[in-house]
Write a protein that binds this ligand. Structure first.
Ligand code: SF4
Length: 375
């Protein structure tokens, strides 16, 4: 590899090592204006993002005096023009948000969009770490998140202070972190990866270089299988992807023997064992479109089915069931965002994602490394 490859990683490592002194930074919310959450879910987020500035922010009264316009779509389009804004939405967002977005994608695609946009304002319809990533790549732009409580159970399983100790216990290890982590963890990492490029990135690291992989143990195990590498895994996981029932998936397969099971690598190994195909959300979408099969059992957040159905409306997509009789296969964090909140965040220019510059710079380098290594 040349200057953008392994050689310059050694240079980057000097910067990433500083992270442990800065882990206790907190992302700041500049305003407390936020619309009332009227969403109900079978499971609710039990924690706020670990990077959250203040719980007082959660005291919401911002809809007072705020009228929901009759035509939300038109109102959002007008604000988009007024702000010169771009709306980025993750595949796990509810359908109406996906339909109004300028770009829909997985974490890697949205990172690339965020890195290349010439808009003045980025409205990130996703979760907190995704909006943080957009801010890391665009320090001079206003980055808005419709609901500041849209955190991530996986990111929350990796507290920066504990991770700093874990890293210190493995001083010779390169740190590769899945993008589903806070800016503080990114700042302590050498390279960021997504589920789309994790295998490709780990494969580029010399065999004799030991690696810590964080925070998702299931993706880490999958990468170990695919690369034959021995990784030191942080034991984090996602409440949504760990909730799929192997037993119910097998029962579904018996009812639909013609169906292909396609799964996200954040799922646990017993579930992945039954999959005909394992891939990132984008890869699952492409696979479902290209495959000659007509029926699929989808083992990831069912928000992706909206795009799958749009791209192949003659095919049948069956969401894999969770262990209990609940909607636990829907990400309760992603689903906090609504079209109304998207409108209000643009109208109020809040909640805004901000980061201390030293953390932002330290987190930028491993993201940049990922973009170079996965080009
Ligand atoms: S699906 Fe899991 S990993 Fe993705 S945002 Fe939700 S909690 Fe986080």
């Amino acid at each position: 590899m040349g200057g953008s490859g392994w050689g310059s990683l050694r240079y980057i490592k000097r910067f990433a090592n500083f992270g442990k002194n800065y882990y206790n930074y907190q992302t700041q919310a500049k305003s407390r204006v936020s619309p009332t959450d009227s969403t109900t879910h079978s499971i609710q987020p039990t924690t706020q993002p670990t990077t959250m500035f203040t719980t007082a922010f959660l005291e919401r009264d911002a809809t007072a005096g705020n009228q929901v316009p009759d035509n939300l779509y038109e109102a959002i389009a007008a604000l988009k023009e007024e702000l010169n804004a771009v709306i980025l939405a993750h595949y796990y967002q509810e359908s109406e948000i996906q339909d109004i977005a300028d770009y829909i994608g997985d974490s890697l695609e949205l990172s690339r969009r965020a890195a290349s946009t010439d808009a003045d304002v980025i409205v990130f319809a996703g979760v907190h770490f995704m909006a943080e990533t957009a801010k890391i790549l665009n320090p001079d732009k206003l980055v808005l998140l419709p609901d500041f409580n849209a955190g991530c159970s996986l990111a929350d399983t990796c507290p920066p202070d504990a991770f700093a100790q874990f890293k210190a216990a493995h001083p010779d290890h390169l740190v590769i972190s899945y993008i589903n982590c806070s800016a503080a963890i990114k700042a302590m990492s050498d390279i960021i990866c997504t589920s789309s490029n994790a295998v490709k990135i780990v494969s580029q690291i010399p065999q004799d270089q030991p690696i810590i992989f964080a925070p998702d143990r299931n993706l880490g195990r999958y990468v170990m299988e695919q690369t034959g590498r021995d990784l030191v895994l942080w034991q984090g996981s996602c409440i949504v992807h760990e909730n799929f029932s192997e037993k119910k998936i097998v029962q579904l397969k018996i009812q639909h023997p013609e169906a292909e099971i396609i799964a996200h690598p954040e799922c646990e190994p017993p579930v992945l064992r039954h999959a005909n195909y394992v891939g990132s959300t984008s890869a699952l979408l492409k696979y479902a479109q290209a495959s000659s099969s007509s029926t699929f059992i989808i083992v990831t957040e069912p928000g992706i089915i909206h795009q799958m159905s749009k791209q192949a409306n003659d095919k049948t997509f069956i969401p894999a069931p969770p262990t209990s009789n609940c909607a636990c296969n829907e990400c309760p964090y992603m689903r906090l965002n609504t079209l109304e909140k998207l409108y209000f965040c643009m109208k109020n220019r809040s909640p805004e994602i901000t980061l201390p510059e030293d953390i932002r710079m330290a987190a930028w380098r491993p993201i940049q490394r990922m973009l170079e290594m996965s080009a």
